[in-house]
Design a protein around this ligand. Structure first.
Ligand code: THU
Length: 146
């Protein structure tokens, strides 16, 4: 059984109730996406170390370039609410293929959340599982500024 299947039960979907809760939260957040330009709605649910869930959706505007991804909205919301330690993030996007975070989101998740688990899902279920360390090998971070 591959890693991406460890919490799956073919009969009843996602077996780990916390992951099911995170996917549901990311799906619900996705409904708030401001994606008039790409029409590509994304939702994210970031779990703090104590089990709180902070969600985000992508926010686009007419300049295009000021777009902020769902992952960064969730991260910045969480930081602004005082959270500093995180366990994992779930990202929900429409494609059948796994849709992993973009480069800037990987960088910020690495710097503020560390080597957390990244669970990818679409509207039907989980599509992939990684760590930030796998997605951002050899990262630049504050340790190198000393
Ligand atoms: N997007 C996210 O919110 N997260 C991702 O992981 C990939 C891309 C958003 C940015 C933009 O609003 C739209 O999806 C298309 O790129």
């Amino acid at each position: 059984m591959s890693d991406s299947n460890v919490d799956r039960d073919p009969g009843s979907g996602i077996r780990d109730p916390k992951i099911a809760e995170l996917i549901a939260a990311a799906r619900a957040a996705r409904e708030h996406a401001c994606a008039d330009f790409s029409r590509f709605k994304v939702g994210a649910a970031l779990e703090t170390i104590d089990g709180a869930i902070v969600t985000g959706c992508n926010v686009e505007n007419a300049t295009y370039g000021l777009t902020v991804c769902a992952e960064r909205i969730a991260l910045f919301k969480a930081l602004s609410e005082g959270h500093r330690k995180f366990r994992r993030i779930v990202v929900v996007a429409p494609p059948d293929a796994p849709t992993p975070p973009c480069g800037p989101c990987r960088q910020l998740l690495w710097e503020f959340a560390g080597d957390i688990e990244v669970i990818l899902a679409n509207l039907h279920g989980e599509t992939g599982r990684h760590t930030i360390g796998e997605l951002l090998p050899q990262p630049f971070d504050a340790r190198l500024l000393k």
